[in-house]
Design a protein around this ligand. Structure first.
Ligand SMILES: [Zn+2]
Ligand SMILES: [Zn+2]
Length: 416
């Protein structure tokens, strides 16, 4: 197989020893999981689905005020937000916290059952292809952090009691992580379709990357095909040796994120109207609020997630693009690690948006005060999404391309 991050060719043991095999050149992940049987992975996915249903069905928090108890579940919060005239906030909550994990889990269970009963067909292949994409947009763990932050904020206004959903969500995160690490996706692909006849078996001598060997790796299932093929014979994904217009798309999204960064941080994210007093809070205002009230760990979390992480991602991606443009061959392992970092931390910036959704919905429910999202929140959510998309549009193999060309040029006179 070819490393998805640097295109370097490898022979990979199946299943990988100690659960993980990584690239010898860039350290990127080649294959993981598979140390348990597919049945264990199936059982864990089932358990995660049950816990997820409990987390959605029960209330997240309840507010006690003037002798009445108001409870809100995750779908309840989404409904309140939609009724209040904030459909985009409601949509973000439904997509990232309910739909993405639900589609991922149920799709995975369907595919694993089809493989187990040996009934897989083209439809199973299509479902597995889509389901893998959904996994990336599920943000349940970020939402749990959002619950913790809004709990501290709400506790100043009313008596707040954590609901059963929080415990189910906590257990869900642990079980879902175990389910992901137990399953080797590549072995599911192998079970779904054999290596088609006529596919390359041995790369030519001296070729180190898939492109040098005149091969192209499928971005979805990893199958190697001849460079001229247009679509993957196993899963049907369109094949390109490198992501199309990667530089231009990444720059476009990055510039959008830079333009949104200022309004996201300067405009108020939240407006609180309480007893006739109006208070507008920016992102930094929220950080200072936690510092003033003595919850410095929360101040630090919000500061890192909302202020540091987005700017860090923008700087790292701009650095990667500029160094690639200049054909730099310096510290490629470093740059590969930086790319992996941006991929990993990006989603945590969404925590402030989840705090906002919970505060607006729960405070409205308890009629403690009136909280409305400010214009800064729209800019902030758009900025987080454009940085996340920019990371996905960037092709990490570009970092290594200038490097693999350098020794080749030296070799050419020998062959000539
Ligand atoms: Zn690699
Ligand atoms: Zn494929």
């Amino acid at each position: 197989m070819a490393c998805p991050e640097c295109d370097f060719l490898h022979w990979v043991n199946t299943p990988p020893r100690r659960g993980i095999s990584s690239c010898t050149r860039c350290g990127g992940l080649l294959r993981s999981g598979g140390h348990e049987s597919k049945d264990v992975a199936l059982a864990l996915h089932f358990a995660a689905l049950v816990l997820f249903c409990l987390a959605v069905a029960f209330p997240v928090m309840s507010l006690r005020l003037h002798g009445t108890v108001q409870e809100a579940s995750i779908p309840g919060c989404a409904r309140i937000l939609a009724n209040l005239g904030w459909p985009w906030l409601s949509a973000v909550l439904i997509t990232t916290v309910i739909l993405a994990p639900l589609a991922h889990l149920s799709g995975m269970i369907y595919v694993l059952l089809q493989v187990r009963w040996q009934r897989s067909n083209q439809w199973t292949v299509w479902v597995f292809r889509i389901v893998e994409q959904f996994g990336a947009w599920g943000m349940t763990e970020v939402f749990v952090l959002g619950i913790m932050v809004s709990y501290v904020k709400l506790a100043k206004m009313a008596v707040v009691v954590p609901g059963p959903s929080i415990y189910a969500l906590g257990a869900f995160i642990v079980v879902a992580a175990a389910a992901v690490s137990a399953l080797d996706n590549a072995s599911v692909w192998e079970a779904l379709g054999d290596q088609p006849k006529g596919s390359p078996s041995n790369p030519p001598r001296g070729a180190r990357t898939a492109r040098e060997a005149n091969l192209v790796a499928c971005p979805t299932c990893g199958l190697l095909s001849p460079l001229k093929s247009t679509s993957c014979a196993r899963c049907g994904t369109t094949l390109n040796s490198r992501k199309l217009n990667s530089r231009e798309r990444t720059w476009a999204l990055l510039i959008t994120a830079i333009l949104l960064y200022l309004p996201a941080n300067l405009l108020p994210v939240m407006r609180v109207v309480s007893l006739g007093r109006v208070q507008a809070d920016t992102i930094m205002g929220g950080v200072f609020y936690f510092l003033r009230t003595g919850s410095w760990p929360l101040a630090l979390i919000i500061f890192i997630a909302s202020v540091v992480v987005p700017i860090l991602k923008i700087i790292i991606l701009a650095y990667l693009l500029i160094s690639e443009r200049r054909g730099s061959s310096h510290w490629p392992e470093h740059r590969a690690r930086l790319y992996r970092l941006t991929e990993m931390v990006g989603r945590w910036s969404m925590v402030d948006i989840f705090v906002l959704t919970l505060m607006v919905a729960l405070v409205e429910l308890g009629s403690v005060a009136n909280i409305t999202p400010g214009p800064g929140s729209v800019a902030f959510a758009l900025m987080v999404f454009s940085t996340m998309l920019a990371v996905r549009c960037f092709d990490p193999r570009l970092v290594w391309d200038s490097l693999s060309l350098a020794p080749r040029r030296r070799e050419e006179p020998e062959h000539g």
